[in-house]
Design a protein around this ligand. Structure first.
Ligand SMILES: NC(=O)C1=CN([C@@H]2O[C@H](COP(=O)(O)OP(=O)(O)OC[C@H]3O[C@@H](n4cnc5c(N)ncnc54)[C@H](O)[C@@H]3O)[C@@H](O)[C@H]2O)C=CC1
Ligand SMILES: O=C(O)C1=N[C@H](C(=O)O)C[C@H](O)C1
Length: 240
């Protein structure tokens, strides 16, 4: 495939290297606002940029008929606008807050545990996410997806940074060194704690998942998530 990369930071560079290992050609590396983007040369684009840049990058890809995968977090107040545009243009867009296979399995585990916990009202949910100190957004996109996965099972109606409350899941964000991404979901009662945790050891799982998603997306029309790529059962909305 001929690939365009939007965002050439830590993730963009890792995807570039892995894409070439998998026999793809990277035809554009866009690392800031640019008028000279060779959309006509791209079969698919991947956006791993910044919260304020991602919507415009995605919109430009869609307007130029380029299928686009985005993993950028922190811009989802514009998600509805982007998906409506994709549908009106008959384009292809795939978003995931986390492309790693392990985290997508963890999303399922999280939903199952949340469903069980609706029968145990003595427990209170809380979450912690830990990332590297360069991260611009908090809480992480993945933490928000996990919180929404719990809310979808009933028992909670909202999440909030740091502070909880009745029906509100508190999310604590820590920024430590070069941590690739750790997410913990805990349920505390006065007498015990149940907790589940996903720890990314490297960023390679994110890069590989994003490339698998890009390979999958070419030739399709619509709005998709990682559960479509992985063919997971169920009909939840794309994870975001
Ligand atoms: N969904 C997933 O699995 C993952 C998502 N991410 C997300 O991906 C994003 C990028 O992460 P990193 O590579 O670690 O960040 P980074 O800060 O290393 O790279 C972002 C790059 O975007 C560039 N940029 C700024 N404005 C731009 C524009 N208008 N067009 C194109 N590029 C522009 C910056 O110059 C920078 O090099 C973040 O939002 C992060 O949360 C990161 C890892 C996994
Ligand atoms: O910024 C990162 O690094 C990551 N961002 C994503 C998020 O916000 O959830 C995914 C992963 O945790 C790494």
């Amino acid at each position: 495939m001929k690939i365009g990369l939007f965002g050439y930071g830590t993730m963009g560079r890792m995807i570039d290297s892995l894409a070439r290992d998998r026999g793809h050609e990277v035809v554009a590396r866009v690392d800031g606002p640019s008028d000279k983007v060779p959309f006509d040369r791209m079969e698919v684009a991947l956006d791993f940029s910044q919260p304020e840049a991602a919507p415009e990058n995605i919109i430009r890809c869609l307007r130029n008929g380029v299928p686009v995968v985005s993993g950028t977090t922190g811009w989802l107040e514009r998600f509805g606008e982007v998906t409506a545009l994709c549908e009106s243009l008959g384009g292809a867009f795939l978003y995931a807050s986390n492309f790693s296979l392990g985290m997508n399995l963890f999303f399922e585990l999280n939903a199952t545990l949340a469903r069980l916990m609706t029968a145990a009202p003595g427990y209170r949910a809380s979450m912690t996410e830990i990332h590297h100190t360069r991260k611009l957004d908090a809480p992480s996109g993945t933490a928000i997806s996990l919180a929404e996965g719990i809310i979808a099972q009933g028992g909670y109606h909202a999440w909030q940074s740091d502070q909880g409350g009745e029906g509100v899941i508190p999310i604590r964000s820590e920024r430590i060194g070069d941590t690739p991404g750790t997410h913990r979901v805990a349920y505390d009662s006065p007498v015990d704690r149940i907790e589940i945790q996903h720890t990314a050891h490297t960023r390679e799982g994110f890069a590989l998942g994003a490339l698998l998603a890009a390979e999958w997306l070419v030739g399709k029309n619509g709005v998709f998530g990682m559960r479509d790529v992985l063919n997971l059962p169920g009909d939840r909305e794309p994870d975001r």
